[in-house]
Design a protein. Sequence first.
Length: 306
Amino acid sequence: MTSSDKTQNLKSQVKRHIPKGWLSELRITYRLIMEAVNDIRRTGLMMNLIIITLIAAILTIFGALFRTAISSTKLANSLESVLEISVYVKPNVDAKLVKDQIEQIKEVKKITLIPKEKSWKEFQPTLGITMTENPLPDVLRVKVKKPADTIPVLNKIKSTCTGVEDVGYAKELGQKVQFITHIINTTAVISVIVVALLTITIINNTIQLVIQSRKEEIEIMRLMGVSNRYIRVPFLLQGAFYGCVAGFISIIPLNVVQGVLLKIHAFAMVPSPPLAQNVVITTLMIIGIVFGAGGSWLSIKKHLQV
């Protein structure tokens, strides 16, 4: 038996052990991918570059807002956690007894007692006062476990703790921090919606042009009984390709934003959120691919009626 006969015999044995359905699916998958590649070529280099650039610009804006929102939330939480509740103890009341009462509140993380003697010793030289009588009260600096617990703990101290003369908290600063964080997070959510609409619109218009150029070919395939999947999938792959490439391109300017934010975190001495950049990049890729394919799907559903 010659070598060619042996090779042919081996191929026939292999084919008998491989289900025909698998081979058929592989051939169909290959043809669908090649159809998508051909559609991208038909669209033209310049048009492809314009589409990818527009989507990349949109994804870059979203990525920058999303990454900034993550860092701003981290910075805001760190700032709020530094803000303390100042509890001023009444004269002739043992500050340790008040401290013990506050420690019973489960949301309290740490309490620092600042005796009035220490405060007066530090405060007196600053003002150049030579008074012998100390007018300052004992102060308890109360830290809470979570920023959201600040107001509830403050109210509990006022209502349940005896011997408390007054309670202070930088409420306005905390509210401003929360307001800024809310604005940035809301902007990020709105940008997702805008990114979705713009990406789908761009992909939809592009696929419409491709459909018009292949209108007769598609009609012939339908008359020949070609399945709807065979017609749809190449367009979906084309849209997903645009979104995927645009997502990779948007990573470049996003790294610049990452560098700036890292400097801000270093200046504020607040660690950057771990894996924040990876989360943003993964989100950009998913959004680009999903919205790209979604734009193609809407175009096909509307204009081909398959």
